[in-house]
Design a protein around this ligand. Structure first.
Ligand SMILES: [Zn+2]
Length: 159
C-alpha cells in the first residue's frame, strides 16, 4: 500500500495541494486511476481534484479536467468509475480485500481484521452491496470477479 505522500510524489502535477478525506487503504486504487489521468493529460491540459473522500463507506472523487479530447475524457471517466467501484471491495484502512459493512449505522468498507474499531464491530451488509450505475440511459453493475462493469437490469430501487 502506498502512503499519501508517495502518491503525491508520484503525480506532482495532478495532486498538488490535494487533501485526502479518507484512510490510506485506497491509495493503490487511486494510483491506478491517476496513472490513467497522467498518461492521458496533454501538456496543455489541466487537471485538478476538487474533493476525494469517503462517503457512505466508499470512495468518491470529484475533479475538473480541461483541454483533453472527448476520448480521453471518457477514458478518465471510466477509470474514475472503476476506482470508486473497487473501493466497495478494498479495506479503507489497509487496502486488503474487504466488503461494505454497517457499524452501528455508519457504512464502512473493511477487511475482517479492521472490522472492529473502538470496540464496535462493523457487520457485512446482507445481501452484499452491489454498485449499479446508469450511464447513457443503460444500467451497468460492477462485477468484482471480473473487475469490470457489466450490463445489468435496472436495480430494484430504481424501478
Ligand atoms: Zn484492513
Amino acid at each position: 500500500m502506498m502512503t499519501f505522500d508517495e502518491l503525491k510524489a508520484k503525480y506532482p502535477r495532478l495532486l498538488k495541494g490535494v487533501w485526502f478525506e479518507h484512510r490510506q487503504g485506497w491509495t493503490d486504487l487511486l494510483d491506478a486511476f491517476f496513472a490513467v489521468v497522467d498518461h492521458g493529460l496533454p501538456p496543455e491540459g489541466s487537471y485538478s481534484v476538487r474533493q476525494v473522500k469517503e462517503k457512505m463507506g466508499t470512495l468518491r472523487l470529484y475533479d475538473d479536467i480541461e483541454g483533453v479530447s472527448e476520448d480521453v475524457e471518457k477514458m478518465i471517466d471510466d477509470a474514475r468509475e472503476l476506482a470508486e467501484a473497487r473501493s466497495y471491495y478494498a479495506c479503507e484502512w489497509c487496502g486488503h480485500p474487504g466488503v461494505l459493512r454497517n457499524r452501528e449505522g455508519y457504512y464502512t468498507t473493511t477487511c475482517d481484521e479492521h472490522a472492529l474499531y473502538e470496540g464496535r464491530m462493523a457487520v457485512p451488509l446482507d445481501p452484499p452491496a452491489e454498485l449499479h450505475i446508469k450511464s447513457k440511459g443503460a444500467w451497468k453493475r460492477y462485477d468484482a470477479d471480473v473487475d469490470a462493469f457489466v450490463t445489468s437490469e435496472p436495480p430494484e430501487w430504481s424501478r
